[in-house]
Write a protein that binds this ligand. Structure first.
Ligand code: HH2
Length: 278
């Protein structure tokens, strides 16, 4: 797949895309959540856009380990005022939600992508996405955010995550969602120990099933804290390094908090790679 269809956008996948994170939450793990102040949230989204985001990913419920679920009503209350503004900027906007009602409202408000951490398990989610022309990111998660990090367990994490992603692709195809709208994500930190995350990272090339674009989200995550010993507000270097390694291993979309630093790192990588190919 060289193009990702994403609502009215067609995103070329020949160089890596940056998905800039915008969290409208009070409790995101990285402490970047902006809830209740629509103007500040919009200006943060604008910063992420101007720094070089190819896609903005807006989430209004934290899914960090141990997170308490947010009601649909509250999620929509946080999301819609910001989404309505941002969808007019000419950049594709993804909404990070697993709730079908929120998906529907987000698409009506102009979102171009659904980012579902539950891998589109809900039939209503599949139907809503199928009726639209949005892109769909299906992520792998073992368990749910409340308990997923208690005792994650796999016989073989790589083959199990691959198989689960292949099933998600089948579900989407059956519902009528075209292949050129799908993005796969192994779900770093979602029901995985550090060893599981590292094994998946090493195996990223094997995750590029059927040519579907791969999204990697490791920005500021606990796995980087465990490796470096750095607190969450000092994980930018580790996050940028991981982003670069992910694109070297085939990732096409990198979900990040630190857009400008990631953009610069990818620009260096691209310049060297392109030179090498000439
Ligand atoms: N990670 C988070 C949230 N959504 N979506 C995808 N596709 N992949 C990810 O790795 C992913 C995701 C967690 O990060 P963040 O949104 O910064 O934190 P929180 O959920 O605490 O708001």
């Amino acid at each position: 797949m060289n193009i990702l269809r994403c609502g009215s956008f067609q995103l070329a996948l020949d160089s890596p895309l940056i998905m800039g994170i915008v969290n409208l939450t009070p409790d995101s793990f990285s402490g970047d959540g902006l809830v209740g102040d629509v103007d500040r949230a919009i200006s943060h989204a604008l910063q992420q856009f101007e720094a070089g985001s190819d896609i903005l990913d807006i989430g209004a419920e934290s899914t960090r380990p141990g997170a308490i679920p947010t009601s649909e009503r509250e999620e929509l209350r946080r999301l819609l005022p910001v989404l309505t503004e941002v969808t007019g900027w000419g950049v594709p906007v993804s909404v990070d939600t697993y709730k079908p009602t929120v998906m529907r409202a987000a698409l009506e408000a102009g979102a171009s992508m659904i980012n579902d951490i539950t891998g589109m398990i809900h039939e209503d989610a599949l139907a809503i996405a199928a009726e639209s022309d949005c892109a769909v990111c299906v992520m792998h998660m073992q368990g749910n955010p409340g308990t997923m990090q208690t005792t994650p367990a796999y016989c073989d994490v790589v083959s199990e995550v691959r198989a689960a992603l292949a099933e998600a692709v089948d579900r989407c195809r059956l519902a009528g969602i075209r292949d050129d709208r799908l993005v796969l994500d192994p779900g770093f930190g979602f029901g995985k120990t550090l060893e599981h995350n590292l094994a998946l990272f090493r195996a990223l090339p094997e995750m590029c099933l059927g040519g579907f674009p791969l999204l990697v989200g490791v920005s500021r995550k606990a796995m980087l804290g465990a490796i470096t010993g750095s607190p969450v507000n000092q994980r930018m270097a580790a996050s940028v390094s991981a982003a670069l390694l992910a694109v070297q291993k085939g990732a096409k979309i990198i979900r990040v908090h630190d857009v400008a630093a990631t953009r610069d790192a990818l620009a260096v990588w691209l310049a060297i790679e392109r030179e090498g190919r000439e």
